[in-house]
Design a protein around this ligand. Sequence first.
Ligand SMILES: [Zn+2]
Length: 256
Amino acid sequence: MALLQIHQFPCLSDNYGFLIHERLSGLTAAIDTPDAKAIHRELKRKGWRLTHILNTHHHPDHAGGNLWLKERTGCVIVGPGADAARIPGIDLQVGEGETLEFGSAEAMIYDTPGHTTGHIVYYFPYEDAAFVGDTLFSMGCGRLFEGSPGQMWDSLQKLMSWPGRTRIYCAHEYTQTNGRFALTVEPDNQALIKRMEEVKRLRDEGRPTVPTTMYQEKRTNPFLRPDSTEIRVRLGMEDADDVDVFAEVRKRKDRF
Ligand SMILES: [Zn+2]
């Protein structure tokens, strides 16, 4: 049986909140704090006591609820050491290559600069689950507010080393818009066409498209597919380096 229970709920306009609960120790963490009151309500509903906040990056829809929740629960706030000054209430700084013990569960930390300079992600290898903040979305990736395309491409390649079965918990429900863009650069990708049908059905039923899996993303996400011949031909970049194809796809998405 999985050690971690993962509770996902929508909040703000298109964010997802996540609570993780480790059964043996009773530890409970919020992955980021998009909406403190919504998190507080969900904790009550589950009967869980908040012991940790695991921040991915400093943006207000990720760390904005930190202090409110810390004041009420005394929880420990874990976040990127590289960006400690911008994480409200941070207690424990973590970074690339470190392991975070969470009761009997264990998260590996990866630095994933690009969306912000200090972004990190939490990968629970024994749970096949990863909390990726705004680094990777289903069929998309985070905007490059603070980093270069090269940094982001390096970050995404780290995530691509995970097994296909890894469940990817992204922080936003952007999937349908992302997929519409993906079809403009790879319209003949059959896996993408099929995924978009599934996404439409889920959204019509008011259901989330998150989590996705690494397997699914490698087949459908144009930001993970700079080696796709179809994308390269469409962009007129048959002989370009992967990073340059990635940068061009990102640029086109920004204008989409
Ligand atoms: Zn963000």
